[in-house]
Design a protein around this ligand. Structure first.
Ligand code: IPE
Ligand code: IPE
Ligand code: MG
Length: 235
């Protein structure tokens, strides 16, 4: 079982277009799919799940779509979600640039994080206004500031120190990265953390991605021979 599964939830817009529906409807169905995948992850006892909900580049979309998405997140992460996370013992955290989110959404996220901080089950991370390059740059900037202030010897900067400045520093790196929607790219998700993740690309559009699809991905993951640059343990 992977300790950490990360998912790029792509294909909401195409799901809707294929049905002659507005993209917004695809996002709503995508949010429902996310909810059921969180429940499945709890049932399957996956320790950590990270969902890519909105990238730092998604701000480039038409204002109307961004407004729809922020509205959806407000409703989705609101009160009944907090109750469900309590029932499932899920700890929720957000990674990404909080300063770009609408104030009220930021408060909703903060409340959810605080309310679930002691939950010991699934560690759920939602990446919102998140970019992998931005995250790495921020960590490098903090180290540079410490060095400039004379509090850090630059020759001590190594992978571990840089990784400690990333937002998911306390979680294991994702073992498995799933992208739905058929595109085979990372789109600036967890660039540092996926260095040795197993990648699974699914043609399924995100609103159609089911618990069975997640289980199939876990089976495929178990078939992979992870070598981490060394030689295979099975010879
Ligand atoms: C993923 O679905 C959700 C977000 C990026 C917010 P898309 O909106 O990218 O759907 P497609 O890729 O256009 O089908
Ligand atoms: C990646 O999907 C971001 C999320 C799923 C949140 P995009 O639809 O933004 O990625 P590109 O534009 O196809 O690379
Ligand atoms: Mg897309």
């Amino acid at each position: 079982m992977p300790r950490h599964v990360a998912i790029i939830m792509d294909g909401n817009g195409r799901w809707a277009s294929r049905r002659g529906l507005p993209r917004r409807v695809g996002h709503w169905r995508g949010a429902e799919a996310a909810r059921s995948i969180v429940r499945a992850a709890v049932d399957l006892e996956i320790p950590c799940l990270t969902l890519f909900a909105f990238s730092s580049e998604n701000w480039k979309r038409p204002v109307a779509e961004v407004v729809d998405l922020m509205g959806l997140l407000r409703r989705y992460l609101g009160n009944d979600y907090a109750a469900e996370m309590a029932r499932l013992d899920v700890r929720v955290r957000m990674i990404g640039d909080r300063s770009r989110l609408p104030q009220d959404l930021m408060r909703i996220v903060q409340r959810l994080e605080e309310a679930s901080a002691d939950h010991k089950g699934l560690q759920l991370t939602v990446a919102l206004s998140y970019g992998g390059r931005q995250e790495i740059a921020a960590s490098a900037r903090r180290l540079a500031e410490q060095a400039a202030a004379g509090r850090l010897d630059p020759t001590l900067i190594d992978e571990d120190l840089l990784a400690k400045g990333l937002e998911l520093a306390d979680l294991p790196d994702p073992d498995l990265l799933i992208r739905t929607g058929g595109e085979m790219r990372i789109s600036n998700f967890l660039l540092w953390q996926v260095a040795y993740a197993e990648l699974i690309f699914s043609d399924r559009l995100w609103p159609d991605f089911s618990r069975e699809d997640l289980e199939a991905a876990l089976i495929e993951f178990r078939r992979r021979d992870r070598r981490f640059g060394a030689l295979s343990s099975t010879g």
